[in-house]
Ligand binder design. Sequence first.
Ligand SMILES: Cc1cc2nc3c(=O)[nH]c(=O)nc-3n(C[C@H](O)[C@H](O)[C@H](O)COP(=O)(O)O)c2cc1C
Length: 273
Amino acid sequence: MTLLIVDNEKCKKDGICAADCPTAIIKVDKDEGPKIVPGGDTFCLRCGHCVAICPHGALSHQEVPLENCVPLQKERSIDTDQAVQFLRSRRSIRFFKDKPLDKKTLKRLIEIGRYAPTASNSQLVEWTVFTDKEKIHDIAGQVVDWMKEILKKDPQPAYAPYMPMIAGAWDMGFDAVLRDAPGLILASAPKEAINGLVDVTLALSYLELAAPCFGLGTCWAGLLYGAMRSHAPIRKTLGLADTVPFYYPLMIGHPKIRYHRLPERKAPKIVWK
Ligand SMILES: Cc1cc2nc3c(=O)[nH]c(=O)nc-3n(C[C@H](O)[C@H](O)[C@H](O)COP(=O)(O)O)c2cc1C
């Protein structure tokens, strides 16, 4: 069975699909139209470029069917200023309303996250979602306990000067680790994902950028990540097998605050060659 399904009435045999195929496995026969070269199936990335680029809607793919590839709606495109403001207005949210999260909305966000690129289109990113505030608070407590163990041996760790402050804040009832977030999303990828941490990061970035459109805000949970990397029991609490090498957690919830300006950043360092 061939991976490509060609509608010969619509196909103009213009070769656009073949020219764009990232692994160059499509050849266009001037009578029969596009075909995958013998043995080419193995190299197909299932990226859907051939389906997406055909202006005639003439091509479908067994694993990326035409009917699942929605047409691009030009009127929904955003202009440059809108794109710049959209990207620059993304903020880390550290204050959340005490409002439970709706699983349907979280599922929609994850659905958006899965459209982020993955190396070789591997699509191996997996998701674990916590929506129990007490459980999340418990995870933050375990991070603080881990920090306190470190502080017993080294009260001012040079590599993590913030630790005494975070542990002290916790003792005063302030969660500086997970910010009393009502939700925590852990994206992970198995060792088979050759660029797993990049895939995970991009998927979470897509989710993070989309979150405000659903009334939600996020913050990368770097302190929890640090604890997960060096302390297996915390990974276990999050239900992450030791064999899973790539992961990152993200706090999520309804923002309690709102920003009115776009903060300035350092000028980029660029080397033109
Ligand atoms: C990988 C990563 C880890 C982070 N970890 C934390 C964290 O543990 N706690 C926190 O409050 N902010 C965390 N942040 C948020 C950064 O501090 C924030 O992105 C930066 O200060 C810029 O602010 P902005 O995101 O609002 O533009 C993290 C951000 C990234 C990208």
